[in-house]
Design a protein around this ligand. Structure first.
Ligand code: C2O
Length: 494
């Protein structure tokens, strides 16, 4: 990392697999050694595999074997999906224990994938099986990988019809759905985790699932074979964030994060437990690594660099500032800096709301980079989010955007992240529950300050509707009925 220009490094991240490939600048050249590492499974990019690749042969076989087992068998396909979420699960079986919206999001899903991978090995009879990851990228490939949609019939264990039709038809997800760039910029674990949980995680879920599809809800997501590859990519992005320097670290000083035990089933069907302290190093503790080098190269296009540098213009001062905000323990109580005075209705047009910041709160904000007790996390809290219908669009969130228009694009420094609606199914017992989202504003705050577009007196928040695939018009997808309402919006320091 030291000998690498951080900005270039970041460009490879953002362009990711598409722009230069992770290997191109020597990032992560060490995933597997030729010898001695035989026991380390290498998780590869699905876009680099073919139907005949051993990982896909084994995965298809395992799905058939697991689907043939009853839900009362812990190693069955349904029992594994039920651990995450289920409308109804057999009595006494683990169910509905997925961790979302909290500090366990990344670690819990890592454990879940680990045991699933072991079960797939046993079911397929391939002890070398490693779960592939879905390496979507804003500048590269972002269609549902072909083996998961062709042939589009039940003879293909990777295909399910419970997905958005355009996605099963090979349409590409919109670029801002899959861009982890903002999350990867956040220097704090909790900020990174919360941003990543929304984008790409949550928006990819509803983007693939569509209204009523399996990937769109907690209770059914694990039944879609792509779920596991999507989460392998989220897990890989966690590794990438850690490897990218800037003091990025796991919250190993947090005893609850380290020691809280979670239940799973292993490949023998036995109940097993695992805690955060057992998943901090994938290679030594869980015996897997990610293949960073990508087969997915798009043709080099200089305008791409121009577009990306507009979004990631990291003059040295920004990196300096990021380093001046070392991860600190969160404040015992978050301090609200501003609040929206009205409810926001999200429909087919951009919607905005103003959060006035009082002079006293402005001083509090100014102290954050330097004052050790000032807290280190800037958070936009969206609470009491009521879905009016199944997720038909998502919203890009912007701060202090002069004017939302047809040319508003998420590569603007005003962009914060996306509002996703992945959660309990509207048809399930928790369907009436409201959603809550916590977005770290640190990356946006620093970008806006360096662009001289940060405003002292107020935070203007704009929600811009987007179709999940590029050709999809939000107005067509929604008509006149709104998508959701947000009851409470708070800007706070933690
Ligand atoms: Cu627990 Cu992607 O979901």
């Amino acid at each position: 990392m030291e000998d690498m220009n951080r900005r270039e490094f970041f460009l490879t991240t953002v362009g990711g697999l598409g722009l230069l490939g992770y290997g191109a600048l020597g990032v992560g050249r060490t995933p597997v050694g030729p010898a001695g590492d035989a026991a380390i499974a290498l998780r590869r990019n699905i876009y680099c595999l073919t139907d005949a690749s051993p990982a896909l042969v084994a995965y298809r076989k395992a799905i058939q074997v697991m689907r043939a087992k009853p839900a009362t068998d812990p190693t069955s396909w349904l029992a594994q999906a039920n651990i995450h979420g289920a409308f109804s699960a057999p009595a006494g079986m683990l169910a509905n224990v997925c961790q979302h919206g909290n500090l366990f999001f990344l670690s819990w899903h890592r454990m879940y994938l680990h045991f699933f991978e072991r079960i797939v090995r046993a079911a397929s009879g391939d002890p070398a099986f490693a779960l592939p990851y879905w390496g979507y990228s804003p500048t590269g490939k972002r269609d549902l990988p072909a083996p998961f949609r062709t042939p589009a019939d039940p003879s293909n264990p990777l295909y399910v019809s419970q997905r958005r039709a355009t996605i099963n038809g090979g349409a590409s997800l919109s670029a801002s759905v899959v861009d982890a760039g903002t999350a990867l910029l956040d220097p704090t674990f909790s900020g990174f985790s919360s941003l990543l949980e929304g984008t790409p995680h949550g928006v990819v879920h509803t983007g693939v699932g569509g209204p009523g599809g399996w990937m769109s809800a907690f209770e059914t997501a694990g039944q879609d074979p792509i779920f596991w590859l999507h989460h392998a990519n989220i897990d890989r992005l966690w590794e990438f964030w850690l490897a990218s320097g800037g003091g990025h670290a796991n919250p190993t000083g947090n005893a609850t994060w380290m020691n809280q035990q979670f239940d799973f089933y292993d490949e023998t069907g036995a109940k097993v437990t695992m805690s955060g302290s057992q998943v901090v190093d994938t290679a030594t503790q869980l015996s897997y690594k990610y293949a960073w080098t990508s087969c997915v190269m798009v043709k080099f296009d200089p305008s791409m660099i121009a577009r990306l540098t507009r979004f990631y213009p990291f003059p040295p001062p920004i990196w300096k500032e990021l380093e001046r905000i070392p991860p600190r323990p969160p404040l015992p109580d978050p301090i609200p800096l501003a609040e929206a005075q009205e409810m926001v209705t999200l429909g087919a047009r951009a919607a905005g709301v103003r959060l006035p910041i009082s002079p006293e709160k402005r001083r509090r904000l100014a102290a954050i980079p330097t004052e050790p007790k000032a807290g280190s996390q800037l958070v936009l809290l969206l609470e009491d989010i009521r879905l009016e219908r199944a997720p038909s669009v998502y919203y890009e969130i912007y701060l202090n955007l002069p004017k939302a228009g047809a040319d508003t694009v998420y590569t603007s420094p005003h962009y914060v992240g996306n509002l996703d609606f992945f959660g309990p199914s509207p048809e399930g017992p928790h369907g009436k529950a409201t959603l809550k989202r916590r977005l770290s504003l640190l990356p946006a705050y620093l970008r806006l300050r360096s662009a001289k577009a940060w405003r002292e007196d107020a935070l203007e928040v704009t929600f811009v509707p987007r179709g999940f695939t590029e050709r999809e018009e939000p107005a067509k997808a929604l008509g006149e009925r709104p998508q959701a309402r947000i009851g409470r919006i708070t800007f706070q320091v933690e």
